[in-house]
Design a protein around this ligand. Structure first.
Ligand code: G3I
Length: 490
């Protein structure tokens, strides 16, 4: 082996040993201790609150790598979007098809997620043979369906949406085949049948537009109280929570609380928050506030067991197909990058992004561009304006967040700090590297919403022109919620 390589190897080994010793001595490993790491994903932050954070997937989504990676990394509860509905499970009388549902359950199991079963009795996605049954045959068909499905998934689902969407907006019952055949009695019958098949599953009634106190949620409240008084095994209420931007009801928490006071669990089961397209930066900020409000309303009530979003990302959401002109309704954009709503939900759970605290080293990724904060040509000249560039892991793209709030680059004598040039606080101020001097224009806040703000200026680290090109320069600009102001460290 040539002497130079041996020396380089020795040097590397010594450097590694030295770094390890320093890290141990300073306790910098605390940033990756279990307690700190517990809050860096939605599921970890939710679990730290004794709750879950769920999502929904369709069978077809299982082949989407970006979407499934986010599902596995961030969520610990999974709802099959369609695969456990009557039309899939029992397309013709007594002929059961569990394969699609089983595949969702398998995905959940292999990623440590629990499953919300959805759903057993619903007027939609109900095959025509069932919808058109003579009324005197409906009860036995319903009981057979529930028994077969709940038995098949016994022990594998945490909860069942036993009855889905039974109310009209005015609080009257949907006149579906179940109601026409059995009247209000079908609720108790369906719940008792499900309980007999799988006594371990929490049994829910799930509906939309019942998130606030209104005629529909009042009707459900009366029904729930009456079922409980009869000893029916109702265990929970699912608030679907398909919201319109800015319209999360102010009394959401109070409404959750009144159901909880009946002795029921409550879950947010299908959260999304639709935006008029194209989504503006301000809209994404409002969406972040909406998501935070929902999470906080849930965590404020001890019987609110968890929040599930309907789908993982904007590319696979049902919203654009059903409400044309609207979309961007989830916490992840079409490229599976987290949006402000993600950071807001995480923060509302008391979590933070890996870059949010402690000493962290790694790439500072410009989320909108999918590139990394980079010192051009690995320059060590003070005043060199930083840029974004394709991530390659070089030392000129490796940033360390220090406990003093600096973002430093390079090691040893070459160490430099990210710096608001000339202590500028105006839009367009260049962001440069400079020798570290501890001043406020070298201190940065890594915020829960994904922005990085200058401690002195309050302005956001911003890729100029919303460019995604290699070499696009980085500056300070008023925070506007744009994707060119979103960063992740580590
Ligand atoms: O798979 C077929 C495809 O082969 C066909 O070409 C295409 C043509 O439209 O349809 C595809 O099926 C669609 C299916 O989703 C799978 O993507 C159906 O048209 C479509 O109607 C169906 O929509 C589902 C919807 O429930 C129907 O009620 C959504 O995926 C599903 O997310 C949605 O979920 C409901 C909850 O169960 C209850 N609460 C509301 C929520 C949103 O609507």
């Amino acid at each position: 082996m040539p002497l130079r390589r041996i020396l380089t190897g020795l040097h590397r080994a010594w450097t590694a040993a030295l770094v390890l010793a320093l890290v141990l001595a300073t306790g910098a490993l605390a940033a990756t201790s279990p307690a700190a790491a517990a809050g860096t994903t939605l599921k970890a932050a939710a679990e730290a609150n004794g709750r879950y954070f769920g999502t929904a997937l369709e069978g077809g989504d299982l082949g989407a790598p970006g979407e499934t990676a986010v599902a596995a990394a961030q969520f610990d509860m999974l709802t099959p979007a369609n695969e456990m509905k009557w039309d899939t499970i029992e397309p013709s009388p007594g002929a059961y098809n569990f394969g699609p549902g089983d595949r969702i359950v398998q995905f959940a199991k292999s990623h440590g997620m629990r499953v919300r079963g959805h759903n057993l009795v619903w007027q939609n996605q109900l095959p025509s043979w069932a919808a058109n049954l003579p009324l005197n045959q409906v009860r036995s068909a319903m009981e057979s369906h529930i028994t077969a499905e709940a038995t098949h998934y016994k022990g594998q689902v945490y909860a069942w949406d036993v009855i889905n969407e039974p109310f009209n907006g005015d609080g009257s019952y949907v006149q579906d085949v179940f109601y026409r055949a059995m009247g209000e009695g079908y609720f108790a019958d369906a719940l008792r049948t499900a309980h007999a098949a799988d006594p371990g599953a929490k049994l829910y009634i799930n509906d939309y537009n019942i998130e606030g106190v209104n005629a529909k949620s009042d009707a459900l409240y009366r029904l729930a109280r009456s079922l409980l008084a009869q000893g029916v095994p109702l265990g929970g209420i699912g608030l679907e929570s398909h919201f319109v931007l800015g319209q999360v009801p102010a009394d959401l928490q109070a409404n959750i609380q009144r159901f909880a006071n009946l002795g029921l669990d409550v879950a947010v089961t299908e959260l999304d928050d639709r935006i008029q397209l194209p989504a503006s930066g301000a809209a994404l900020q409002q969406q972040a506030a909406d998501y935070a409000a929902v999470v906080k309303a849930c965590t404020a009530v001890s019987r609110c067991v968890g929040v599930s979003q309907w789908g993982v990302d904007d590319a696979h959401s049902w919203i654009p197909g059903t409400f044309p002109g609207t979309g961007a309704a989830t916490m992840y954009d079409g490229n599976d990058q987290p949006k402000p709503a993600y950071y807001a939900a995480l923060s509302a759970l008391g979590g933070s992004t890996p870059g949010g605290g402690g000493s962290t080293t790694g790439a500072l990724r410009a989320v909108g561009a999918g590139k990394c904060l980079d010192v051009p040509n690995a320059s060590t000249t003070a005043g060199t304006q930083v840029q974004i560039y394709s991530c390659w892991g070089g030392t000129n793209q490796t940033w360390t967040r220090t406990s003093a709030g600096e973002l430093s680059v390079y090691d040893g004598g070459s160490r430099m700090c990210l710096d608001a040039s000339g202590q500028g606080a105006a839009n367009g101020t260049k962001v440069v590297v400079w020798s570290c001097n501890g001043q406020a224009n070298q201190q940065w806040h890594l915020n829960a919403d994904g922005t990085v703000t200058g401690a002195q200026s309050g302005l956001c680290l911003d890729v100029s022109g919303t460019s995604t090109a290699d070499g696009a320069l980085v500056q300070l600009w008023t925070c506007g919620g744009g994707r060119n102001q979103q960063w992740t460290l580590g």
